[in-house]
Design a protein around this ligand. Structure first.
Ligand code: FES
Length: 105
């Protein structure tokens, strides 16, 4: 199974999971509409690695871009993609460490 490195974290793509589904599962912000290669909304910049397309997508993509909804991941990948702003990794709990614990006043 391929190791996916994004701008914010690294995760293993699960069997029978598309790259788009893996990015969603791990809390990444990814745009999408058709989920089948027509619209191009999901396009991501590929920094390293290889993908293929079982069926040629209709959406236009630049040479360094991929469509995570319909590509087949062939190798470990490095892509430009960030976590959603509402994920715990992105927003550590500022109140986790109480600055003024009870009984110390
Ligand atoms: S969501 Fe439309 S091409 Fe990927």
């Amino acid at each position: 199974m391929a190791l996916i490195t994004t701008s914010d974290k690294t995760f293993t793509l699960q069997q029978d999971e598309t790259l788009l589904e893996g990015l969603e599962r791990t809390g990444h912000e990814v745009e999408y509409q058709c989920r089948s290669g027509y619209c191009g909304s999901c396009r991501l910049r590929l920094l390293s690695g290889q993908v293929s397309y079982p069926e040629q997508p209709l959406a236009f993509i630049a040479p360094e871009e991929i469509l995570p909804c319909c590509c087949k991941v062939e190798t470990d990948l490095h892509v430009v993609c960030h976590l959603r702003s509402d994920t715990p990794e992105h927003n550590p709990d500022l109140f986790e460490n109480d600055l003024f614990p009870a009984g110390q006043n």
